[in-house]
Design a protein around this ligand. Structure first.
Ligand code: SF4
Length: 323
């Protein structure tokens, strides 16, 4: 710690849009409600895939008696099954129906709209381009609507690998994809395909978080983004923040805070803190408190404030056909 900044208070800026998004909140609340002792003892409850990218929440639900299943065939006939916010493919839904499962569908409304768009396009004989991660469950679910006439693109360079496509093409995005990357891919596609409909299906929660993180990162010396390493929206926030503030760290556990702060080479005067959509409030609070405790123990003053409201349209123009 350098002498010249010993008396200068540290500013800790908290993102207003940190914590659960609406879709995750609904799925987790439903899981808690249905795992009340009188309900769970009446009929077994399964979650198909981890309901949220947070091991603390998933473990708490397992302790309440919910069973985690990765394979529909392993869920007993007639049991209740929770579908997480990412949704499932129509093929998986049919398989559940054939097993007579009681489906509790927590698919987020934003994801559901993409399913409808892609289903309609497939019925009309159109080719579907999905911008996103091919291994993400949301993208796998959406692609199941597309009748094998679909392509999944993650990077602008992949546009060059497409076969000739001249017309009847629609483009959608994974709800948690990077706004900037989606824009770059669509620009290239528009040059290549004559008749193309672009639907910007990145959800408003993702957009708002990305905007706010970019805004905070511009004034911060160090950024911490709380979330899991397998959470798509969290990793997009880390990438976005790091492009502006190179000292950006993914924080999965509050115990990582001291190491990050102790190893930062240059004096820090502003720290930004945000999270992905599946970071619970108590995890965010713990990280915030560890930062405060670290500086208090080092005899540094620290002030804590919420970011002012994020500006709109910081990242760029949105596309036509937005929801
Ligand atoms: S990140 Fe967006 S699409 Fe995903 S659950 Fe949250 S609100 Fe829904």
């Amino acid at each position: 710690m350098t002498p010249q900044n010993t008396f200068q208070p540290i500013r800790l800026i908290l993102a207003r849009r940190a914590g659960f998004c609406r879709g995750v909140n609904r799925a987790v609340s439903e899981a808690y409600r249905l795992s009340e002792p009188e309900l769970i003892s009446a009929l077994p409850l399964y979650m198909y895939g981890e309901i949220i990218h947070n091991s603390g929440v998933v473990n708490a639900l397992l302790e309440r008696g919910i069973v985690l299943a990765h394979d529909i065939g392993s869920i007993p006939q007639g049991a209740r099954v929770l579908i997480r916010a990412h949704g499932i493919s129509p093929q998986e839904r049919s398989q559940m129906q054939r097993r007579d499962l009681e489906i509790i569908d927590c698919t987020c409304g934003y994801v559901h709209r993409i399913h409808l768009l892609v289903r309609e396009a497939a019925h009309a004989g159109k080719t579907v381009i999905i911008v996103g991660n091919p291994n993400h469950p949301e993208v796998r679910g959406i692609s199941g609507e597309a009748d094998d006439r679909f392509y999944i693109l993650s990077d602008p360079e992949e546009v060059d690998l497409l076969p000739p496509l001249e017309k009847n093409v629609i483009v959608v995005a994974q709800t948690t994809w990077s706004v900037e990357k989606f824009r770059q891919i669509c620009k290239k596609l528009e040059k290549m395909i004559t008749t193309i409909e672009i639907f910007d299906t990145i959800c408003s929660a993702t957009l708002a978080r990305q905007e706010e993180v970019a805004e905070i990162a511009h004034s911060a010396d160090l950024m911490m983004i709380i979330g899991a390493a397998n959470s798509s929206n969290t990793l997009k926030l880390v990438d976005l923040s790091r492009a502006v503030c190179p000292k950006t760290y993914l924080v999965q556990n509050p115990s990582e805070v001291e190491g990050i702060l102790a190893n930062s080479e240059h004096p820090i005067s502003v720290i930004g803190l945000s999270s992905g959509a599946s970071a619970p409030e108590d995890l965010i609070d713990s990280v915030r408190q560890r930062i405060i405790d670290y500086y208090t123990a080092n005899r540094r003053k620290i002030s804590c404030e919420y970011n002012k409201q994020a500006k709109s349209n910081m990242i760029g123009n949105r596309f036509r056909n937005t929801y």
